[in-house]
Design a protein around this ligand. Sequence first.
Ligand code: NAD
Ligand code: GLY
Length: 365
Amino acid sequence: MTATPVPDTVRIALGPRSYDVLIGRELLGRTASYSELPAGADAVIVTNTTVGPLYAPALLEALSPLYRRVLRVDLPDGEEHKDWPALNRIFDALLAAGCDRKTVLFALGGGVIGDMTGFAAACYMRGVPFVQVPTTLLAQVDSSVGGKTAINHPLGKNMIGAFHQPVRVIADLDVLASLPQREIAAGLAEIIKYGPIADAAFLDWLDDHLSGLVERDASAMAHAIRRSCEIKAQVVAADERESGLRAILNFGHTFGHAIEAGLGYGQWLHGEAVGCGMVMAAELSRRLGFIDGAYAARLGDIVRRAGLPVRGPALGADRYLELMRLDKKAEAGEIRFVVIEAPGRASVRAASDALVREVIAACTG
Ligand code: NAD
Ligand code: GLY
């Protein structure tokens, strides 16, 4: 008989809203992963038409001993369905089944399902508990942790949302096996980001272990996911509602969001745009005099080896600037960027349009 693997645990310390992230193998289908959650009669698995057929039956079986009923809602797959009609389908299912305010929601999917289920949990009967069961690498290292929930509005991404922390996060390494390689690379972008902003030694480790991560080596993945969650835990514990420090988690995102919006959502994955955006933000940091060319080049090389684009599309500097003025960090029309002040340390700074134009000229096309 083989022993059950013991998961790693990362604690997100937020006083009464504290919770654990469990990271390991064979977690999703194990009833013990869900022990001691808030008690309720009903569990509702919210998933999509891609992930549901793969993993919902195992989750349903694991939850069945713990709840009177386990219901399932399958939403359409895709960022374009992170919207009011899809959100309403969750409320329709909960109300039609007579789910009460002790119902526990389970988000089974990537960041889209996690963000939408979290928002539904924040709103349903003014707030019910929810569990994140992230199935993409990006969701395991970033979106499932920290309590940001949202849907998109036609005029802006993630513009309608709430802070609502999950009561547990279950990051099962085994589900990464079915992810397309492009999605693995997109998740690696959010892992790489933690090195320059918070942990210089972690970037060294990533440099040495990148090929293992690209090939989904389980022990390399476990380490990268745990370290990413630890760093995110520290940042979120210090600034849960992003009044300052938490903004550093958006390294590469100002350029990245402009790329996503400028090309039209869905052309590049979010993580691909963030990967390229980090290269551009590193170039900005170099031109501001914070880091040297060797460090910026090294970061670019790591991004490239992860399988991510390192040159931005030729949208034109005017269009980049126009799109970046819509960024949530912009203040009074002034664009603000997360810059690397030194390896492992970041801050939010304004930069002149002239300097940003230089970066765009050097890094796009
Ligand atoms: P996603 O949720 O769209 O998932 C990517 C694709 O992979 C989808 O087609 C999905 O169905 C599929 N998939 C998921 N798990 C799979 C598996 N195990 N096997 C096979 N296919 C699988 O995208 P994502 O990259 O996970 O998340 C992006 C979203 O996350 C964006 O909406 C972004 O705004 C949000 N986000 C939120 C935060 C936050 O802090 N809340 C942080 C970063 C990103
Ligand atoms: N992904 C950015 C944040 O959680 O703040």
